[in-house]
Design a protein around this ligand. Sequence first.
Ligand SMILES: *Cc1c(COP(=O)(O)O)cnc(C)c1O
Length: 374
Amino acid sequence: MDVYMSDFAPATAITHLDNLRHNLSYFRSLLSENTRVMAMVKSNAYGSSAVEVGRELNRLGVRDLGVAYTYEGKELRTHGVSGSIMVMNPVPGDFPDLINHQLEPELSNMEILTKWVNFISREKIANYPVHLELDTGMRRLGFDNNDLGSLVEVLCATPSMQVKSVFSHLSSSPTSEKDAFTKSQFNLFEEWTALINRNLPKPVTRHILNSAGIVRFPEYQYDMVRLGIGLYGVGLESLSVHEDLRPVQSLYASISQIKKVSAGESIGYEQNGQLQSDGKIAVLNIGYADGVPRLAGNGRFSVRIGKVLCPVVGNVCMDMIMVDISNCPDVTAGTPVEIYGQNNPVHHLANAGNTIPYEILTGNRKRVHRLIAE
Ligand SMILES: *Cc1c(COP(=O)(O)O)cnc(C)c1O
């Protein structure tokens, strides 16, 4: 398991491209042959490595990528990632950059749409692809009911604008208790896209499903789906597909020092930690500044050393944590430690931190080293 980690390595996030390949083919097997996959690589490919992941996706024939911000798209282009890249949340000041890097803006309200239309007419740009988002209930980005009339007017008046896709985003796709609401989102999407289609020269590409949506509502896959967390193999713990996915990201630290401590002796800040019996603790080279939530301290989370789960003792520090290794017979300074990954699922750390795997994955800080496992 520790093949990629050498002794005394700094805190290191490893991106397992083999698992990415596995997860992509798994999701493709759930979809019809003609359904395209837009792979979401926002926030550094969910905290892994957007450039390496983007290139691998290119090799695997994924032609559609999605990011949140323009600079994320620029970074991909600068490093040779090809295909279509949708930028979900651009600002008007980004327009020249979008064009220069062949990035496709999502336009999600009348104000930015109008600015875009003015921009392309001033610059004499025709047939440049854009994506429109409809707000069917998420109440985040997107045109809503009140905008539809004006949206259609602009579309009719601007034949030079190429609407490459129209999409919406589900707020509660994993959660069966919220299915009535999800259904209402599907219904609005169906109705609003039909109206838009009546006003465009040919039917537009449509998409609404994210990862959990793909698993639970394949009948709404339309022409494309937007695959995010599932591609990274985690985050779908409430669904049975979870068993078939493999984690793309793992996080390792290593042991800086080992100490014998006596039962009841206080350990760490505010004397919060202690062992019940005489034993040993290891100091690890990772802390909350590297993305381990402070809530994971005081026994709420265990790291994995070899086959043994070792609880965090006392408070999580900025740069280090202490763990109880009394049950680990043969570890030494330098031994690699799995914080999360193949053997210690990331949702354990997420649960300890009162959060979700998405936040843990994207929370790996700058100081964490990066390795790519082909
Ligand atoms: C992040 C995001 C996705 C991917 O969602 P997952 O739950 O990670 O699959 C899809 N669509 C939009 C608009 C997003 O912001």
